[in-house]
Write a protein that binds this ligand. Sequence first.
Ligand SMILES: NC(=O)c1ccc[n+]([C@@H]2O[C@H](COP(=O)([O-])OP(=O)(O)OC[C@H]3O[C@@H](n4cnc5c(N)ncnc54)[C@H](OP(=O)(O)O)[C@@H]3O)[C@@H](O)[C@H]2O)c1
Length: 276
Amino acid sequence: MKITSINDKTVLNNGVEMPWFGLGTMNTGKTDDEVAEVVKTAAALGYRAFDTAKVYRNETGVGKGLKESSIPRDQLFITTKLANPDQGYDQALRAFDESLEKLGLDYLDLYLIHWPVPGHLESWKALEKLYKDGRVRAIGVSNFLVHHLEALLQVAEIPPAVNQYEFHPLLTQPELKAYNESKKIQVEGYYALRDSQDNPRIVEIGRKYGKSPAQVILRWNLQSNVVIIPKSTREDRLRSNADIFNFELSDEDMAAINNLGNEKRLNPHPDEVAKR
Ligand SMILES: NC(=O)c1ccc[n+]([C@@H]2O[C@H](COP(=O)([O-])OP(=O)(O)OC[C@H]3O[C@@H](n4cnc5c(N)ncnc54)[C@H](OP(=O)(O)O)[C@@H]3O)[C@@H](O)[C@H]2O)c1
């Protein structure tokens, strides 16, 4: 599918539509007001999907920004995540209520288990209940490797709709991506812009299209069928990061980025986090 607008959406395995493009909100401000300003600026630029998490401690600020932006609720796609200490059936139900309250919402679009830490299979049962009760439109996971997904799929009544994990030109994990795709689990990438903007090959490709390295990387994600949530607190970058719907990388340039090699993980390995 060709993605040609900020409003284009992927259809998840339960039929729910999720924008291909949204805003990551980690580290977007020290106060609720600062976070709210970034959310409002992004919303004014056309952003409609927003990704947060309990551990970012900004759900209140995100909620404030959403409310003040006055975008109709049904045009928004809001994701938050279950934190590691909140694993377990009852704890997960409670954590969901707290997140929803902070966000000032009466339903969520996507709720993710943040990391595959012990207790996450019990948590999944809670997410299934929330989904069946109509309190969240889709449920999913984050930082799950193939072996975590295999174990989850064995017990899940409802399969995860999304797996959000570290994905960028220097960490592509083709087997993990192929596994998600084979199970119709939408891949959502994070850290798109962290470490490859000064890669000479990406800079060179950008020159050819008259685009910045960040725009090339974001476009490469979309053309790889990966949902993206680039973060910025700067209006100029929020604008340019969203200006990626009017060009198409050639197959040759896609392959060049896919083949950069140098697999480099920036966040801790999920198996290490699970052991902590
Ligand atoms: N599930 C998980 O475990 C997990 C883990 C990490 C992140 N996430 C999610 O993924 C989102 C994205 O990750 P991230 O925020 O760490 O990294 P990112 O989107 O890769 O952005 C990294 C940095 O790049 C800068 N930047 C943005 N646009 C730019 C541009 N056009 N040119 C140059 N620099 C630019 C930003 O700084 P400025 O603000 O100064 O522009 C930002 O701090 C997070 O906000 C969060 O929602 C999820």
